[in-house]
Design a protein around this ligand. Structure first.
Ligand SMILES: Nc1ncnc2c1ncn2[C@@H]1O[C@H](COP(=O)(O)OP(=O)(O)OP(=O)(O)O)[C@@H](O)[C@H]1O
Ligand SMILES: [Mg+2]
Length: 213
């Protein structure tokens, strides 16, 4: 279980997140919804340790957890960015094996074997040697998901997973996320798409723009 207690995040004198409390139960999907500029991406960046919060605490299974300073963070909380952010100069296989070899110190052979299993699962087995520019948007997204899963996170977060995709791919993303849930993965999905959010969510969290921002 992930708990956020009284999380506050400011940029300069603007308070983007004000004393936010939030709980994500193991194996559940939390959808975070709210209008543009409300602070959804900022909240996700704080949870994944890309931004330092100005106040509040994080707990995992009741233990204090500091995402910003936790060096092996990726193996606790993984993230799939809105633009996918694949390394353009690396193949699909290299994109997926880089962090497991560098951070988790896996051997090249083991990392490759694990990546092959993930690629097969995500219907990407034929794309291992391609570069990101050779892939469709949906394929790039699945590579980004495979890359995050390769770090064996306890929690996987997505920022607007449907926004860069053709609307008819939305169902594919839903299926994928629900498939990971069936495997027990805890997931946080930031989206402005209410229907999509409702289709997948166990819990919904509404982020409101802070009036004093
Ligand atoms: N690095 C930054 N420095 C200063 N202000 C920032 C920074 N990042 C975000 N903000 C501000 O924080 C607010 C929330 O931005 P954020 O990107 O979290 O919104 P969002 O809810 O994800 O919006 P969208 O739905 O458009 O993606 C905005 O007013 C934005 O200008
Ligand atoms: Mg955003």
């Amino acid at each position: 279980m992930l708990e956020l207690k009284n999380i506050t995040k400011r940029f300069g004198d603007k308070t983007i997140i004000n004393n936010l409390n939030l709980t994500v139960k193991d194996g559940e999907i939390l959808s975070i919804v709210g209008p543009s500029g409300a602070g959804k991406t900022t909240l996700l960046r704080c949870i994944t340790g890309l931004e330092k919060v100005n106040g509040g605490q994080f707990f995992i299974d009741g233990q204090p957890f500091e995402p910003y300073t936790n060096r092996t963070n990726e193996s606790v909380i993984g993230v799939v960015f809105q633009g996918f952010e694949l390394f353009p100069n690396l193949t699909v296989m290299e994109n997926i094996t880089l962090a497991p070899t560098l951070v988790l110190k896996k051997s090249a052979a083991e990392a490759k074997q694990d990546a092959t299993t993930l690629l097969t699962r995500l219907a990407l087995a034929d794309h291992a040697d391609q570069y990101p520019y050779e892939l469709s948007g949906g394929q790039k997204q699945r590579v980004a998901i495979a890359r995050a899963l390769a770090m064996k996170p306890n929690i996987l977060c997505y920022d607007e997973p449907t926004s860069a995709l053709d609307p008819n791919l939305r169902q594919e993303v839903e299926k994928l996320i629900l498939g990971l849930k069936a495997d027990g993965m805890t997931q946080i999905v930031v989206t402005h798409d209410l229907t999509f959010a409702e289709n997948i969510a166990d819990e919904m969290f509404h982020v409101e723009p802070n009036k004093s921002k």
